[in-house]
Design a protein around this ligand. Structure first.
Ligand SMILES: Cc1cc2nc3c(=O)[nH]c(=O)nc-3n(C[C@H](O)[C@H](O)[C@H](O)COP(=O)(O)OP(=O)(O)OC[C@H]3O[C@@H](n4cnc5c(N)ncnc54)[C@H](O)[C@@H]3O)c2cc1C
Length: 399
């Protein structure tokens, strides 16, 4: 049912918007890129409030099939536009964190603001200028702790630091910020997380990053200077990275789902093109070299789709191989889909490079997923660490 609802929304609302004006994603003013009706319609279809508890008006999802359901929905949305999928995925993930770790009265306050405003976005702020891979591995020693610090002052935490490369960072209304609260421990024992609302004095949005793809999601940077938040805005004390683990695994599955959606979009447009375009006296699909490429694209998509279902099921079932599988599918999907998009570009000939045709956009969007939620190499490290914890698991500092 969710797949059908999402497919209708993507076919009727998202794709016409994307195709109508290919220059929109390149507008310099990020606020002008995505028209407000896109999120309004997502809201009307119930796609924005997944992860918000039912008592606050959200769409309930069965925890036993959460990753599988979200993967289906994210695939469909990314088929229309992966930047839009990025926007919504961040909202789902942060909603889950708040619903698990914030006091009930704060949930009521934040979720009611969220429910009232379809343009309300949320962001997850981990990465800093000095790097993110150490956080993902994690390299758990004190000298690589978060540079962002939070210190207690009476009833408030005071946060100072800079977060970069943040999805929704430019236009979010609510940020979950990770900060060091115990410099004597490694980051797994000394990192806390806080909800910081955009209008909090001391929080400044300093830039919108111009990225190669996923451009309908405004990636940005924030600076916190003497930013005071009440004590009850803390979500996790000193073990924030462990607690964030509730969405780290589904997060990897969702990156793979977004890759798959991009690949499906590129494939479907390419299949249509090779059935219309004539060279050598017949439509392209009747040339065997072209047909072989289509078979290769379809096989890669099936392989990604099968591994995605398998990994999402493992995450939902808390199976022992879930850690390895969610990283495997993230890496496998991102690489395979770049390959699928390359085939799409080649089969479109010169049209593949033209902005107004849109095939090049799939390639640009696919490239982003090589880095999302950890680089390919760091994700591969996590795979071998999960499989061989006593040997490979010990390569990067104390565990
Ligand atoms: C579009 C986009 C959206 C993003 N959204 C968010 C977000 O919402 N929130 C957030 O917190 N972050 C976000 N990020 C940041 C992202 O998670 C990081 O960019 C990514 O994890 C890599 O970190 P880095 O850029 O600091 O590169 P680095 O960590 O400096 O890595 C550079 C290179 O070194 C390699 N490397 C690093 N450590 C090792 C090692 N021990 N051994 C071998 N090789 C190593 C890496 O694989 C990579 O090739 C986003 C990034 C992008 C591009």
């Amino acid at each position: 049912m969710m797949r059908d609802t999402t497919r209708r929304y993507v076919d009727q609302v998202v794709i016409p918007f994307i195709q109508q004006d290919r220059t929109r994603e390149w507008r310099m003013d990020p606020a002008e890129r995505l028209a407000p009706h896109i999120l309004e319609q997502a809201d009307a279809a119930g796609l924005r409030t997944l992860g918000v508890p039912e008592q606050f008006g959200g769409v309930p999802l069965d925890p036993a099939s959460l990753s599988q359901t979200l993967a289906v929905i994210a695939t469909e949305i990314a088929r229309g536009d992966s930047g839009l999928a990025d926007k919504l995925v961040q909202n789902w993930k942060i909603s889950v964190l708040i619903s698990r770790f914030a006091p009930h009265y704060r949930q009521q306050e934040w979720f009611s603001r969220y429910m009232d405003d379809p343009q309300f976005l949320m962001a997850h702020c981990l990465t800093e200028p000095r790097g993110a891979s150490d956080r993902w591995l994690p390299y758990n020693v004190a000298e690589v702790n978060m540079d962002t610090r939070a210190t207690l002052d009476g009833d408030h935490w005071v946060i100072d630091g800079r977060k970069q490369f943040i999805s929704n960072g430019y236009d979010a209304s609510l940020y979950v910020v990770y900060a060091n609260t115990d410099d004597s421990a490694g980051m797994q024992q000394g990192t806390s997380s806080f909800v910081v609302l955009r209008d909090t004095p001391g929080l400044e949005v300093t830039r919108c990053n111009e990225t190669i793809g996923g451009r309908f999601m405004n990636n940005g940077e924030i600076v916190l200077e003497g930013c005071r938040v009440p004590k009850d805005h803390m979500l996790a004390h000193n073990d924030a990275l462990g607690k964030a683990g509730i969405y780290f695994r589904p997060g990897k599955v969702l990156v793979a789902a977004k890759s798959l959606g991009i690949g499906l979009g590129a494939y479907q447009e390419t299949v249509a093109f090779v059935h219309e375009r004539i060279q050598g006296g017949k439509v392209l699909i009747k040339h065997q070299a072209v047909a072989l490429r289509i078979a290769d694209m379809a096989t890669r998509l099936e392989a990604v789709s099968a591994l995605l279902r398998h990994a999402a099921l493992a995450v939902d079932e808390l199976s022992p191989d879930a850690d390895a599988l969610c990283n495997m599918v993230k890496v496998f999907a991102s690489r395979e889909i770049v390959h699928v998009c390359q085939q799409a570009m080649e089969l479109h000939g010169g049209y593949g490079a033209m902005l107004e045709v849109g095939i090049e956009k799939y390639m640009r969007d696919a490239l982003i997923n090589l880095h999302s939620d950890g680089t390919t190499d760091v994700s591969n490290f996590k795979i071998v660490k999960a499989m061989f914890p006593d040997t490979a698991g010990r390569y990067a500092g104390p565990e």
